[in-house]
Design a protein around this ligand. Sequence first.
Ligand SMILES: CC(C)(COP(=O)(O)OP(=O)(O)OC[C@H]1O[C@@H](n2cnc3c(N)ncnc32)[C@H](O)[C@@H]1OP(=O)(O)O)[C@@H](O)C(=O)NCCC(=O)NCCS
Length: 158
Amino acid sequence: MTVADLDEVLALELRAYSHPWSRGNFIDSLAAAYTAELRLDGDGRLLGYFVALQGFEETHLLNITVASYAQRAGHGRAMLERLHRLARQRGDQALWLEVRPSNLPARALYQSLGFVQVGCRRDYYPTDRPQREDAWVMRLNLDAEGCGLGKRGQDALV
Ligand SMILES: CC(C)(COP(=O)(O)OP(=O)(O)OC[C@H]1O[C@@H](n2cnc3c(N)ncnc32)[C@H](O)[C@@H]1OP(=O)(O)O)[C@@H](O)C(=O)NCCC(=O)NCCS
């Protein structure tokens, strides 16, 4: 993803979320050299994208979005598999992410890949109501062989 892609990315982002990232959020992520990749079809049409912060021995997924017209066709899973490969190549210990408990499709995707809920940030997300929504903190352990953690994720993502 580059700044030149942001018109298209934002069009998709605005349709996908009640509280989308701003152009500035994407620009800051690109300026900070976060991992940011597009998923395109054979004609170059944008299907989705992800943004992740790679820190010390861990990667934190910040945004993963699939266009509504391309959902449930394996693109979200494929982008997470790509991120998983990048994290393994760096020798990361874990992949992290936050998700709204109400986001059942995203939770199903993450759980199918072996992410487990390890925490909760109270009142983390804005909503259309006066109350905010918690965030579930989920982790996929990448250094799990021998200790039994994340085995399902390892199997699913190899
Ligand atoms: C969440 C999201 C990224 C999933 O991407 P996707 O490409 O549609 O998901 P995939 O086709 O790769 O699905 C992989 C698995 O996730 C689960 N899953 C995905 N969408 C689901 C849904 N609507 N209901 C139930 N399970 C779902 C299933 O286990 C699925 O496997 P299956 O199709 O073999 O049953 C996509 O729905 C999206 O962009 N939503 C809007 C933005 C968003 O909420 N991003 C996540 C913020 S934390």
